[in-house]
Design a binder for this molecule. Structure first.
Ligand SMILES: Nc1ncnc2c1ncn2[C@@H]1O[C@H](COP(=O)(O)OP(=O)(O)OP(=O)(O)O)[C@@H](O)[C@H]1O
Ligand SMILES: [Mg+2]
Length: 205
């Protein structure tokens, strides 16, 4: 992993952009064999997680851009009568996500980032407060639980009530091991995660 010294000449924004680029490249470079092995290890960790066992409504994302695959876990949730929900860009509230139920029948469409999301259907929407867990995607994380995502601030907005008063969906980050960096340059709005699960580690803070 590339180490990113915090150089005074380089702004935090530039440094964050550089980390995003490096990690996304590393993630895309994982072979399909590695991806499969990582997904299997993650799957085994998730299905034995006590919070997952107790959860009924689970927010999660489908893998994109080299992210760790979640499909087998989603199917396991369906087989175990747990509801899964995918984020959709809120068409009304700028910068926000809504969560739509995802089943084997859900019709999908590409969003503005080239990511598949459920075709919106208000009847299948789940209030964020009703979700028990939000499996939180990330580009990079550090060993203090800090994360940076794709740069939209969507998850920082969703998780800020949880960070303030520990109410609402419990966030658990999912990542490949290669997404860990030494020290992330953090901004005041970034919400650190209480847990991150990778194929080889289960981090708690
Ligand atoms: N709670 C918030 N309220 C309003 N704006 C926010 C909030 N959190 C983040 N933002 C804004 O979102 C923008 C992007 O934030 P940031 O670079 O931290 O994204 P990110 O963590 O990579 O994205 P994401 O949370 O979607 O994974 C910033 O300009 C920031 O001001
Ligand atoms: Mg952030």
């Amino acid at each position: 992993m590339v180490i990113h010294p915090h150089q005074p000449t380089q702004s935090t924004m530039q440094l964050r952009a550089q980390i995003r680029q490096d990690i996304r490249t590393a993630r895309r470079g994982l072979t399909s064999t590695q991806q499969l092995a990582d997904a299997n290890k993650l799957f085994n960790r998730l299905i034995t997680h006590p919070k997952v066992k107790n959860a009924q409504h689970i927010g999660i994302t489908l893998a994109n851009d080299g992210e760790i695959e979640t499909v087998e876990f989603i199917k396991w949730c369906w087989a175990n009568n747990k509801q899964t929900y995918l984020p959709v860009i809120d068409p009304i509230k700028k910068g926000h996500l809504i969560f739509i139920e995802y089943t084997h029948k859900t019709e999908m469409a590409l969003n503005r980032y080239g990511i598949y999301e459920p075709k919106q259907c208000a009847t299948h929407r789940c209030a964020i407060a009703k979700l028990n867990i939000i499996f939180t995607p990330l580009v990079a994380f550090d060993l203090q639980g800090n994360r940076i995502g794709m740069g939209g601030g969507y998850y920082d907005r969703i998780l800020s009530p949880w960070f303030k008063d520990k109410k609402g969906p419990y966030p658990i980050g999912l990542a490949h091991d290669c997404q860990q960096v030494n020290n992330l340059p953090i901004e005041e709005w970034d919400v650190p995660l209480p847990e991150i699960i990778t194929p080889s580690q289960h981090y708690y803070w």
